[in-house]
Design a protein around this ligand. Sequence first.
Ligand code: GLY
Length: 370
Amino acid sequence: MIETVHVGLGARAYDIHIGPGLVAEAGRHLAPLLARPRLRVITDENVAALHLDSLRAGLAAEAIEMEALVLPAGEATKSWPHFERAVEWLLAEKVERRDLVVAFGGGVIGDLTGFAAAVLRRGVGFVQIPTSLLAQVDSSVGGKTGINAPQGKNLIGAFHQPVRVLADTDILGTLTPRDFLAGYGEVVKYGLLGDAGFFEWLEDNGPALAAGDQAARIAAVRRSCEMKAEIVARDETEQGDRALLNLGHTFCHALEAATGYGDRLLHGEGVAIGCALAFELSHRLGLCSQEEPSRVRAHLANMGMKVDLKDIAGDLPDADGLLELMAQDKKVVDGQLRFILARGIGEAFVTSDVPREVVKALLSDELARR
Ligand code: GLY
């Protein structure tokens, strides 16, 4: 039942294994990659409490010795102090160039550990064992690593591809429904950006998938990883098509900044709302019919997800304030906002050619409905 997706990046190519029991079987999967039977693992308190014993046992089954650094859970960990601690711990543990480091957690742990591996001894290999749905379908694949700066999210980092990804779908069963659905926002994104058939499949299978259907979960993670792998292989360092993966993200980043990057709005929830807004914007620009944004919103609502600005609790800035936050996005080029728009479900493209007044009118209308 284990599926494999290959990321074709020449000398940096790697496999993503997807399926149940991969943590318990981690030793069998990783032993062939090791120069000596020892691994250093970086994780967070939540993941450690639930799953570290299982990983330790899985590695011990192949006589792989393991030590772990357990960092606090949460976005604040993606910062210089914890990064410094991680790098110094890896050095103190005498991790050598031919050793591998393991990122065992969600996006925060994956990004921080990958970045630590990128700079340690000018680069050691690392393995991603993503434990959130969001990390399994997005952040663990593609080699974007880094930490946040006081000036903004993900402003410090490096491209550093993992040597293997183990996406254990059993682990998804321990997520809260809210975290699961936030990750699902990124899954929907793949259908919306490039595969109308996948979106249709999600319309039919999304509810079962959220309720725990293993086969549906594996299929959704596999298709998402396949799409990401294909885009990353085409454009590893985001000179062009990789920006498609940012569908919904220009709106999302502004909303996350407005809500303080915390519990009011999870990243994946912002992506889902951002995708709905991107489709509405595409309709207003005459690129697609009204049915397309309506269908996006209907699916999100059917899944019990946040759909638009009125689903965000508390105050939000006005339309100008949100536009201001969008302009701080790191994907702004020459002061021009870049948007991912769509000619229909599964037909996204990148453009800087969006009149500010149209975005402002859309945001004003959405805010008025709150
Ligand atoms: N999460 C967007 C990317 O990996 O490019």
